[in-house]
Ligand binder design. Sequence first.
Ligand code: ZN
Length: 281
Amino acid sequence: MFAVSVMKCFLTPTFSAIPKPTPLALFSFASKSHPCNSTTFRHPSFLPLKSAIFSPKSAFLSIQNRGMHVEVAPPSSTGEIHVIVGPMFSGKTTSLLRRIQSESSNGRSVALIKSNKDTRYGLDAIVTHDGVKLPCWALADLSSFRQKFGPDAYDQLDVIGIDEAQFFEDLYDFCRVAADRDGKTVIVAGLDGDYLRRSFGSVLDIIPLADSVTKLTARCELCQKRAFFTLRKTEEKQTELIGGADVYMPVCRQHYVSGQVVIEAARTVLESRKDDCVSLA
Ligand SMILES: [Zn+2]
């Protein structure tokens, strides 16, 4: 009976109701009536299995196999990894900061990290497009965070937020260690795809590690429908090109595919803005 009940834990996943359960897709999208909304997918909860193995009175996990007896120290607390993806202007940073602020107001110790490649709003803060601002650590890589933050201070940390995660090559190892070994809650926000809709950096690599994945949508700049993709308005070809609304626009599938039309429209908009600037000068 024990084996059967354990199997049920695996076969009967529980899904988050935030805001709507979607058991059949890894990603799912918001209702058409609310283009900037999101739906969260959660991995099955394995807590019943874990509680069946761990003895609350013991500080060690006991493993018995073929006469061997091994005791392994469990992590001090259970970590979590939550991933927020989507195109540019879909509110990823806003969602990250909201979660961090919520954790902080619940009395948990938090820290924010962003890539030092993104200098649009200075290096000491993360700023959303609508002006919300929180102090942060701007780093070249995540592996240096513990040392720079201070090992003792790191041990006291509960929650780590990572913005623009596509720029960190060591994202997978950092998240795995922080959650599995160190018991941190890691909240990751980043682009899942680049302007050519290819996987961007290591963001998609951490999905197998994640407790939840949220794909946000923006609003298509040309037709106001839901936008899933980021279109580059300029002719630069490198994958990493830091920019805002002057370089990128969120677009729906139809307008992404008809990219030439979009780019021409964007050029027209840019030209008209230039004319406006000239006329205002
Ligand atoms: Zn569109």
